[in-house]
Design a binder for this molecule. Sequence first.
Ligand SMILES: [Zn+2]
Length: 445
Amino acid sequence: MPLKSIVVAACYFLLLGLMNAPAWADVPANGSTTAPVVNAQFRIAPVSDAWRASVPRDADAATAAYLNRLSPAIVARADAYFEGGYWLQLWNFLTGLVISTLLLAGRRSARLRDWAARVGRRAFLRDALYGGAYALASFVLSFPLTVYQGFVREHAYGMATQGFAPWFGEQLIGLALSMLLGGFAIAALYAAIRRAGAQWWIWGTSVTVSLLVIMLLIGPVLIDPLFNDYKPVENPEVKTAVLALARADGVPVDNIYEFDASRQTTRISANVSGIFGSAAVRLNDNLLRRTSLPEIRAVMGHELGHYVLNHIYKMIAEFTLLIAAAFLFAQWAMRRLLQTHGQALGLHGVADVASLPLLAAVFSVFLFLATPVTNTLVRTQEIEADRFGLNLAREPHGAAEAFLKLTEYRKPSPGPLEEWIFFDHPSTRFRIHDAMRWREAMGSP
Ligand SMILES: [Zn+2]
């Protein structure tokens, strides 16, 4: 391993993180676990019912009234944070390509496969061992970027609540999971590719989509509790209000749960998970602590919308097409790459697990270029859920208030092309305008 270049890269990224740390950093430099203090200039001033009643009926003017409550400091910080994310997408993509190159060069990947074959003997076990080792190598090589992106930067913007030790502990849990589940997934994928022959893209797609569905099934039950504690919501007012919304639309739940997201972050969020008849309504404690009941009703109306509109099944169908296209592209690219470089790299064709770094690189090129498409697929569902939530909860002001708070980590007023390319949720401006248009059309207070 070129240890020296890894160390150089680590220093570079840490330096980058420190340089980019904005002047408004409000977390002690030692990264202690104290919750970040919200700096006064970044607080959105609360308003009264009288203010809400005075908001113009016209949707455009009402949207402007809401957005005017975001101070220039809040907008500048949100823009800097979100636009930094565009560059991070590029750095993550390039880091992935560098990792593939490092693993393939000097026949490292082929030697790793030979080691796995000696230890594992059977093909499935060999590929699982290779997959686990691959996950470990990727973790180590991308760790500097992970530290910058997940720790340094989140602290610099005052959204992280964890010290380094607990944060690193969670990274290790994630590593163990990706070695275990990744190893199994890689072995399953290559078992299918080995048997498939020329049409391996069909089998690759089937196995990948099946694994995706398995992850959707076990994620909320087995994986989420490894990172957070889940318990029934105690606040009777919130519980009654959210269960009423669920019951009104026939969502099969009799309890709602809260989880301690404040352990990791100050962000507000919630979700309704579940597939094949199960459903679980889950709110994070930041949402419960930082928002009013109308805001909670608005947010949960949105989340229930995802469930009632069968978004998860539609998303699986859409991603199946996308994954199939990616595998078709991979089949075409891998044939050419293996013809020209396969022998020199010690790779025995596409069914050889040692060619995984090449497959991963080809896949990441496709998915990187498809980013506007995936973002638009997701964003379209988010817009549908927003509109569903408005019709269900009838809280245009609660919705607008919650959307204002989301500006903490999402640029509020992007250009249309920028929103189309980079936004997996609509912007604050778009969402508040939707809420205010609903209010205008329905003659709501
Ligand atoms: Zn959503």
